[in-house]
Ligand binder design. Sequence first.
Ligand SMILES: NC(=O)c1ccc[n+]([C@@H]2O[C@H](COP(=O)([O-])OP(=O)(O)OC[C@H]3O[C@@H](n4cnc5c(N)ncnc54)[C@H](O)[C@@H]3O)[C@@H](O)[C@H]2O)c1
Ligand SMILES: [Zn+2]
Length: 362
Amino acid sequence: MRHTVRVELGRRSYDVTIGAGVQSEVVSLLGQPGSVLVVSDANVAPLYAEQLMERFASAGWNARLAIQPAGEVAKSLREIEKLYDALIDMKADRQTIVVAVGGGVVGDAAGFAAASYARGLPFVQVPTTLLAAVDSSVGGKVGVNHPAAKNIIGAFHQPRAVFIDTDTLATLPSREFSAGMAEVVKYGMILDAEFFDWMERSIAGVMERIPDQVAHIIERSCQLKAHVVERDEYETTGLRAVLNFGHTFGHAYEALSNYGTLLHGEAVSIGMVDAALLARELGRIPEEVVSRLEALLKACHLPTKLPAEMSLDAKQVIETMRLDKKSVAGKLRFILPTKIGHVESVRDVPEELVKKILARHG
Ligand SMILES: NC(=O)c1ccc[n+]([C@@H]2O[C@H](COP(=O)([O-])OP(=O)(O)OC[C@H]3O[C@@H](n4cnc5c(N)ncnc54)[C@H](O)[C@@H]3O)[C@@H](O)[C@H]2O)c1
Ligand SMILES: [Zn+2]
């Protein structure tokens, strides 16, 4: 079974192809042989990228494999420079395709190298984590970190194509799978009540990674993300901001844990519950919305509260929130639900109320 999601962005439009075994078709779907730099990380390369590289080579491509260290360290200018070295070495020209095979880290880093080398090389995403499949591989945001700020050096560079091979998720550690589910639950909460209902009914099968069910959540998530990106490609109209539901709290927790204790999706899971509690405090939603969200996140084996070992300083969290690039002129702004399937941007949330919510983390 193949599912295709079209991302309509005029000349930058592309297809997201989802299905079991899609990876084996990447080479033929990219057309006439040329040159290609396959970028992966130390975990994913032996599982999938080496194989893909060999497929390119045997189809007559001038193919190279660059293996980055696994983890966030790969999103640094130092590691990007190594990708530039590889491109120079293989005498890359503007037709050379950069193919990212891995999670969001590899996609962001390889995409940034593709965006900047020779003012832009064609870029293809082959995401192998659930988070990358449902979020980072679609939408064109690429970039690396500065030691002082995450994702601050980057570009908008849409891929030419995205290939999501659901078979590759079989090797993904459970904790990473759950972290990806946080973004999936987010799409239901912000845009699609029916999808949320479906997940409530089908979550057991999804967590068992039943292929059809996993393909369904990926397809629906990609459709919803594509829809948002189509209407606000460069994050200028404010529409794309709905994707930040749970992220204002979440980013602050990630920063607080020095990007160590919590995975991004875990921080977002806790942050979505905080945002829902804040919305309830403001009288925007009934308790039932909070409890349904919490129950679904728990069924995804996600945390809904900060771990006890993470001590929280409310003042520090609020300061971090003010620095968040999504806050405008230091005011506290949150994406808050009005019901399941809909959110709004709410400005000027009283600091006292935010403190009250943070107090639940003890
Ligand atoms: N560009 C965007 O729009 C966007 C959106 C969300 C997140 N991000 C970025 O994505 C990054 C996080 O991505 P991630 O959660 O995919 O993390 P990741 O890329 O670090 O992957 C998580 C871990 O799983 C391993 N792995 C990947 N695929 C595997 C597989 N199939 N089998 C076994 N192991 C596998 C990786 O080696 C890594 O150790 C962050 O840097 C974040 O900033 C970007
Ligand atoms: Zn996120």
